[in-house]
Design a protein around this ligand. Structure first.
Ligand code: NAD
Length: 316
C-alpha cells in the first residue's frame, strides 16, 4: 500500500514509517521539521527511517492549503496517516492560536487535499486529552462530549469534528485514533517519562506537578501497531481509543525509575493548568474492531526506554 505519513519526522511518525517499510509498504512523508523541539533530533528520526528503507520526503508546511492539495495529488497515496500537529498541553496555553493553525487548519487542509485527490482513507491522530476531567473511568469513546481543558485538547476535539465533515463530503473512511500518553525510545523530550530519564541520567532533580495523577502510558510499539491495524483491518469511519488500558500512578512510575536511579531527587510544584488528573483508556472497541492487543508491560517498556537513553541521549 502507498501510505502518506504527515509528521513522519516526529516521534510516533518515525516509528510508524519504520514499521510500514519493514512490512514492504511504500512510504511518503510530509513534515516541516517544526522547531517545537530539536530539529536535529527530527533529522535523526529521518536517518533512522532511511536505515530501514527508501521513502519520499517533502519538507512542506501543511498550513498552505493549495500546496497541501497539490502534494497529496502528486504523491497519490492510498491512505494518509495524519500525525502532524503541534503537541503539548503546557505550550498550548501560552500560544493557543498556533494550535488552531497547526492542529485544526492543517488537518482541514489534509482532509480537503485527501478528498480532492480521491484518497479513500485518512487516519487522524487524536488524543486522550479530548476527554477533559473525567469522573467516570475507564474512558469510553462516547464519553468525550466537548469539555476539554486545554487549547491543545480543544483543537484536537475540533479537528475530530472536521474529520466527520470531510468524511461525509468526500466519502472518505476517517479513522480517529485517540492515543494515550505515548512513551518509548526516541520519546518526545517534552513529555514526562523522556524528560525524567534525561534529567536523571544527568544527575538533575525532576519536577512533579501537583499530586502527579495517573496516566495510561502506552508503549510506542503498541501505538504504531494500533495504527497499522486501523489502516489494514478496518473498512469504516470510527473513533477508537489506542492505549494500554492500564493506568500507572506517579508513585508507580517513580518506583520503576528508582530501579535505575536509586538516588533520584524530586522537586514538587503546584498543579499545572490544563493537565488532567488521570487518564485510563477503555480499549474494548479497539480489541473488537481492530483485533488490537497491547503487548508491552510497563516495567519492560521503561527498561527499554532507559536502555535507549543511556545509549543515545548524550548524542542528542
Ligand atoms: P511530534 O512533535 O514528535 O511529531 C509531529 C511532527 O509533525 C513533527 O515532526 C512536526 O515537525 C510535524 N509538523 C507539525 N506541524 C506541521 C505542519 N504544519 N506541516 C508539516 N509538518 C508538521 O509528536 P508525536 O508525539 O509524534 O505526536 C504525533 C501525533 O500524535 C500528534 O498529532 C499528537 O498530537 C498525537 N498524540 C501524541 C501523543 C503522545 O503521547 N506523543 C498522545 C496523543 C496524541
Amino acid at each position: 500500500m502507498k501510505i502518506l505519513i504527515t509528521g513522519g519526522a516526529g516521534f510516533i511518525g518515525s516509528h510508524f514509517a519504520v514499521k510500514m517499510l519493514k512490512e514492504q509498504h511504500e512510504v511518503a512523508i510530509i513534515d516541516n521539521l517544526h522547531p517545537y523541539y530539536s530539529v536535529d533530533r527530527k533529522q535523526q528520526h529521518l536517518e533512522n527511517i532511511k536505515r530501514t528503507g527508501d521513502f519520499q520526503f517533502c519538507q512542506t508546511n501543511l498550513l498552505d492549503r493549495n500546496e497541501t492539495t497539490e502534494i497529496i495529488k502528486k504523491i497519490s497515496p492510498e491512505a494518509i496517516v495524519h500525525l502532524a500537529a503541534l503537541p503539548g498541553v503546557a505550550y498550548s496555553i501560552l500560544r493557543p492560536l498556533e494550535y488552531i493553525d497547526y492542529d485544526v487548519k492543517a488537518t482541514v487542509n489534509v482532509l480537503e487535499g485527501a478528498g480532492i485527490s480521491g484518497v479513500r482513507q485518512v487516519i487522524f491522530a487524536s488524543s486522550s486529552s479530548v476527554y477533559g476531567m473525567m469522573n467516570n473511568i475507564p474512558f469510553k469513546e462516547e464519553m468525550a462530549t466537548g469539555k476539554p481543558i486545554s487549547p491543545y485538547a480543544a483543537s484536537k476535539y475540533a479537528a475530530e469534528s472536521f474529520c466527520h465533515v470531510y468524511g461525509h463530503l468526500y466519502n472518505i473512511d476517517v479513522k480517529i485514533l485517540r492515543f494515550f500518553t505515548v512513551y518509548g525510545p526516541w520519546g518526545r523530550p517534552d513529555m514526562a517519562i523522556a524528560n525524567f530519564i534525561k534529567k536523571l541520567e544527568n544527575g538533575e532533580e525532576i519536577t512533579i506537578f501537583g499530586k502527579g495523577g495517573s496516566r495510561d502510558y502506552t508503549y510506542v510499539g503498541d501505538i504504531v501497531n494500533g495504527i497499522s491495524l486501523a489502516l489494514q483491518n478496518l473498512q469504516q469511519s470510527a473513533i477508537i481509543n489506542i492505549g494500554s488500558g492500564q493506568p500507572v500512578s506517579m508513585t508507580q512510575l517513580l518506583g520503576e525509575l528508582k530501579v535505575y536511579y536509586p538516588d533520584m531527587k524530586i522537586k514538587r510544584e503546584e498543579d499545572r493548568a490544563g493537565d488532567v488528573d488521570r487518564t485510563w483508556a477503555d480499549i474494548s472497541l479497539a480489541k473488537k474492531l481492530l483485533g488490537y492487543e497491547p503487548e508491552m508491560e510497563f516495567s519492560k517498556g521503561i527498561a527499554e526506554t532507559v536502555a535507549w537513553a543511556k545509549n543515545n541521549e548524550k548524542f542528542l
